[in-house]
Design a protein around this ligand. Structure first.
Ligand code: ADP
Length: 583
């Protein structure tokens, strides 16, 4: 017996599911839109009656005044209903967009740096900003209008039948042509929209990447060539956009044509029948007033169909980002045990990135306790960063366990655990903002005395004092205006402020001049006191400060011990040291 694979919902089905989050608001928008339709019918009936009494019956101004006075309030009510319907629909769409953005952002955070390594920042930004924005028309216009389109023409038809069933018949016959042509022309538009969207994402990614590397491009005299490449990608995007617009205009033209011809046909038939006396003036006029309004929602649907296409084009990328796999979280996380002193044990841990790749970590058993500094060394690709990522809970071991004071880390809440871990990377990210905000990243609620104390411990006090506005000085993006050594010391100040019992470092002294290196090392030694430190090491200086050196190769631990001991042992470590590779 064959089992059917579960059907994967299409982007449109998933967009529709999202609608459930704002169902009441959307229903209100639809209700207001339909109420506007009823007011419109009432207005047409009054106007037709009025004109009939004045033109045919020869009624005077005074006789029709009560009827005339009913019109202005109706016009106001109709305008108010249409305004309110649009506002409410827009609010629903804004809420959905905000939620989708939050979901995307949360997903990025949950996926963590391991899964996002391959993603291009510009493309991610384009999806989160422009992609989500492209959903606007789907929820604020297309969906509410779909319901209005079903109800308003039907109500108009119901009003026309008693006046003139022949006209009602013409309406009924011609109406289906409009949605039919909308769908026929729109079919090709779906593919075109997706192409347009892909070009935009590509352009976004490419552009951001080149702007970031502008200095390098200028140095290699390659900026003109890259400008030419950007011009080519922009041109692709222009062509994709023009083809989408071409279809959109073509569809608008066809729909307009059908609606106009249908109204004209009805006007001619009504004209002849009035001439022959086969129809009352009031009925004919009512039908003529209502006929354009009958086709209007159908025609608008053609325009909004374009909003639907745009949203579906963007939805594919949004949902693929929302489906990025994340490390599973425990359903009922265990509370973390008392953390001082800390004892971490990797017990026969293995991990691979994809089921068919070689293990990045293969049966690692390792311990680390408070007051101990362990340095991880090994050739590139040995698994050092992956081991640190497992300790940071960015992924869970495929086999084995990482135990923290007797509790399996896989059972703990990763956010709670990460609050106890500090990470000092090779190139810390300094954000555009004040010095205070940059250091306060370590602890959001820290007051100035605490910030200054942490800055002092990280040897930042002196250069902060020299800044024109001290802690209030604004630092440029990615640490512009700071030296490499100053940026590392700010990163250390964050860690001092966080006061975590476990610190993971990735060669924070790399690429510094001798004086800056000495300062950072001094602070690191201070920081390490009483804490557990795991450092990914590439340089000799880092290893001299370590209590234990762990040598990794192809995901396994091949040697461990004191620095001098390993150097004399004649193994991989000694060979690497002799060859000047790594340590
Ligand atoms: P190291 O930090 O020692 O240089 P890594 O831990 O980065 O080594 O890598 C260990 C292995 O895992 C390498 O073979 C590398 O190619 C692979 N790897 C690392 N990151 C990823 C990733 N995001 N996706 C797939 N494979 C990866």
């Amino acid at each position: 017996m064959s089992t059917k694979a579960p059907e994967i919902p299409s982007p449109e089905q998933r967009l529709n599911l999202l609608k459930n989050r704002v169902k009441p608001t959307l229903a209100l928008a639809v209700g207001l839109g339909i109420a506007g339709g009823f007011v419109l019918i009432a207005q047409a009936l009054i106007v037709a009656g009025l004109v009939h009494r004045v033109m045919v019956n020869g009624a005077g101004y005074r006789e029709v005044l009560p009827q005339l006075l009913r019109l202005p309030p109706l016009m106001l009510v109709r305008a108010a209903l249409s305004w309110a319907s649009e506002r409410v629909a827009f609010a629903a769409s804004a809420l959905i967009r905000q939620e989708v953005r939050n979901d995307l952002f949360q997903r990025l955070l949950d996926a963590g740096p391991l899964r996002l390594k391959g993603d291009r920042a510009g493309e991610v930004a384009t999806v989160i900003v422009d992609g989500v924005e492209a959903l606007e028309g789907y929820y604020s216009r297309y969906l509410p209008h779909l319901a209005v389109m079903a109800m308003v023409p039907l109500s108009i038809l119901a009003a026309v039948v008693p006046a003139d069933w022949i006209s009602a018949g013409i309406m009924l016959f011609t109406a289906p042509f409009i949605p039919f042509f909308t769908i026929l022309i729109g079919r090709g538009a779906e593919r075109l929209n997706q192409r347009q969207w892909q070009s935009l994402a590509r352009l976004g990614g490419y552009f951001l990447d080149r702007v970031n590397g502008l200095a390098t491009l200028r140095m290699f005299n390659a900026s003109r060539r890259e400008a030419g490449m950007i011009a080519r990608i922009s041109d692709d995007y222009r062509l994709a956009t023009m083809s989408v617009l071409y279809v959109a205009f073509l569809s608008a033209l066809v729909l307009e044509f059908f609606a106009t011809v249908s109204v004209a046909l009805m006007a001619v038939i009504i004209g002849f029948r009035l001439l022959k006396g086969g129809m009352a003036f009031q009925d004919g006029f009512t039908v003529l007033l209502l006929a354009p309004e009958f086709y209007l929602p159908l025609r608008l649907m053609g325009n909004y169909y374009h909003a639907r296409m745009e949203a579906i084009g963007a939805a594919e990328r949004i949902f693929s980002m929302l489906d990025t796999p994340v490390a599973p979280r425990p359903l009922a996380p265990c509370p973390l045990p008392a953390i001082t002193p800390l004892r971490i044990c990797f017990e026969d841990v293995s991990f691979r990135y994809t089921p068919d790749s070689a293990p990045a970590i293969d049966g690692v058993t390792l311990s680390l306790t408070s007051g101990e500094r362990v340095a991880l060394v090994g050739p590139s690709g040995a698994g050092k960063s992956t081991l640190a990522a497992l300790l940071l809970c960015f992924a869970l071991p495929e086999q084995g366990r990482v135990m923290v004071n007797g509790v399996d880390l896989a059972q703990c809440d990763p956010d709670q655990w990460r609050r106890l871990v500090a990470w000092v990377p090779q190139r810390p990210h300094i954000f555009h903002g004040t010095m205070r905000d940059n250091i306060r990243l370590g602890r959001r609620d820290a007051a100035d005395p605490d910030i200054l104390r942490a800055a002092g411990l990280a040897r930042c006090e002196e250069f902060i004092a020299r800044l024109p506005q001290g802690l209030d000085t604004v630092i440029g993006e990615q640490g512009a205006g700071l030296s490499g050594g100053q940026a590392r010391r700010i990163a250390l100040a964050r860690v001092f402020l966080k006061d975590s019992p476990l610190i993971i470092t990735d060669e924070p002294t790399a690429g510094l001049d001798a004086r800056s290196e000495a300062m950072v090392r001094e602070s690191l030694n201070e920081l390490a006191r009483g804490r557990a430190v795991l450092s990914i090491a590439h340089r000799l200086a880092t290893l001299e400060d370590a209590d234990r050196v762990v040598v990794m190769n192809e995901g396994r631990i091949v040697e461990q011990g004191g620095y001098e001991e390993l150097k004399g042992a004649g193994g991989l470590f000694a060979r690497m040291a002799a060859a000047g590779e790594g340590p």
